[in-house]
Design a protein around this ligand. Structure first.
Ligand SMILES: NC(=O)c1ccc[n+]([C@@H]2O[C@H](COP(=O)([O-])OP(=O)(O)OC[C@H]3O[C@@H](n4cnc5c(N)ncnc54)[C@H](OP(=O)(O)O)[C@@H]3O)[C@@H](O)[C@H]2O)c1
Length: 373
């Protein structure tokens, strides 16, 4: 059961590949640069396969199965070459696409994965790419009998799943859901994250899409300007932010309004991005000790039509390491226990409580309680 990783030479892909190898999955490294791919494959071959519960969430039965040939294969395909991509994915059960910015190349890679009959996940945080995959690929994925889950990341998957649990617990039509992301520490983001932010600069500046009364709109005024986050004595200023879950949540929760928020200081920082040549000169991504020191808190709040409000909180560390675990776990579940085919949000593809439980050994915990009001 081979898993292809596209953009295999990148920083996030390195963590995804290490996670796959730790679980004993045969991997196919795919990208546009054969020499870089060969160097990545050589480094990966030196990673020992582990059998401990930390490497295999949920225990050994959770692993995709041992590699028959210790298999690490390399295949070269440009993101603009549909035939080459389809050939590169041939014989793979799933594709994990880590090549950002996704608004540039993500659509063609997802399309080719479907043509090759592979399940597909990606590590995109780019709202417009995610929306485009839902808008364009659904019918083809259904015909091909594969599951496509964009945004299999630390941010989107737990928030989308927790939104489902909140809605179930409210047990009434939902008036509003909002989420706020706070990330502290972690050193300088990866070059890929910075390039993706640069590619989405206008979208970030505008706040991206919000969901109102059955449709997604840009330019909608924020319904909130401050939120008290866990551990804070007072509310902090927030602004609308193009979070992926704004696209995913309305696809499985009967809700009137959804918006993504971020602390105003984050948007201000991202609005003055580093120039491309400065990004090129940075390290590929944060050092391991910085990743381990990083903490994230994602707050999801849901208000029912009667005014009852619940707050879910997800806490974890190491956004890149957590994304690697989530992307691999998502691909594994699509292959081992396929949901109905199509482009799916996390809560349609996976059992919410069960998937969240699989993240606990990786330092992710979540709570549901009353909201502040
Ligand atoms: N929570 C989140 O939203 C979240 C979390 C983690 C990661 N991410 C996203 O994951 C992505 C990857 O990040 P990263 O740090 O791994 O980036 P990176 O180190 O720059 O790696 C990017 C990879 O994609 C390939 N690539 C880029 N553009 C391509 C194109 N047009 N055609 C073919 N290949 C292309 C690169 O190939 P070459 O080596 O040939 O250049 C490289 O292998 C980013 O978009 C980041 O935002 C999101």
């Amino acid at each position: 059961m081979k898993i292809a990783v596209y953009g295999a030479t990148g920083y996030q892909a390195g963590l995804v590949l290490a996670e796959l190898v730790r679980r004993g999955a045969p991997v196919v490294l795919v990208g546009r640069d054969g020499e870089r791919l060969a160097r990545t494959a050589a480094r990966l071959a030196a990673v020992p396969a582990a059998a401990g519960p930390a490497a295999r969430p949920g225990g050994p039965s959770d692993a995709p199965g041992p590699s028959e040939d210790g298999g690490i294969e390399v295949r070269v395909a440009d993101a603009a070459d549909h035939a080459a991509l389809t050939a590169a994915f041939d014989g793979c059960a799933a594709v994990i696409n880590c090549a950002g910015p996704f608004t540039v190349s993500g659509g063609t890679v997802a399309d080719a994965a479907v043509s090759a009959g592979c399940h597909y996940v990606d590590t995109s945080g780019e709202q417009l790419h995610i929306k485009r995959v839902f808008d364009t690929l659904g019918a083809r994925a259904e015909r091909a009998g594969v599951g496509v889950v964009p945004a299999a990341t630390d941010g989107c998957v737990p928030v989308d799943l927790l939104a489902r649990l909140l809605a179930e617990r409210l047990a009434e039509p939902v008036e509003e859901i909002f989420s706020v992301h706070r990330i502290t520490g972690g050193g300088t983001p990866s070059r890929g994250s910075l390039r993706s932010a640069l590619a989405s600069l206008k979208v970030i500046g505008s706040g991206g899409l919000a969901y109102r009364d059955g449709d997604w709109r840009s330019g909608a005024p924020a319904r909130r300007t401050s939120v008290r986050l866990p551990g804070d004595a007072a509310p902090v200023p927030v602004v609308r932010f193009p979070l992926p879950e704004v696209v995913t949540i309305p696809r499985h929760v009967n809700v009137r309004c959804v918006e993504g928020l971020a602390e105003a200081t984050l948007t201000a920082r991202l609005s003055t991005p580093l120039p491309p040549e400065t990004i090129d000169a940075l390290p590929a991504g944060p050092a391991e000790e910085d990743r381990r020191a990083q903490r994230f808190t994602y707050v999801v709040e849901a208000a029912g039509v009667t005014g009852r409000m619940l707050r879910g909180v997800i806490r974890g560390r190491d956004t890149y390491g957590t994304t690697a675990v989530i992307a691999v776990e998502a691909a594994r579940r699509l292959v081992a226990d396929p949901p109905g085919p199509g482009v799916l949000v996390p809560a349609q593809a996976f059992d919410p409580a069960d998937f969240l439980a699989s993240l606990v050994p990786h330092g992710v915990d979540w709570t549901i309680g009353p909201a502040d009001g």
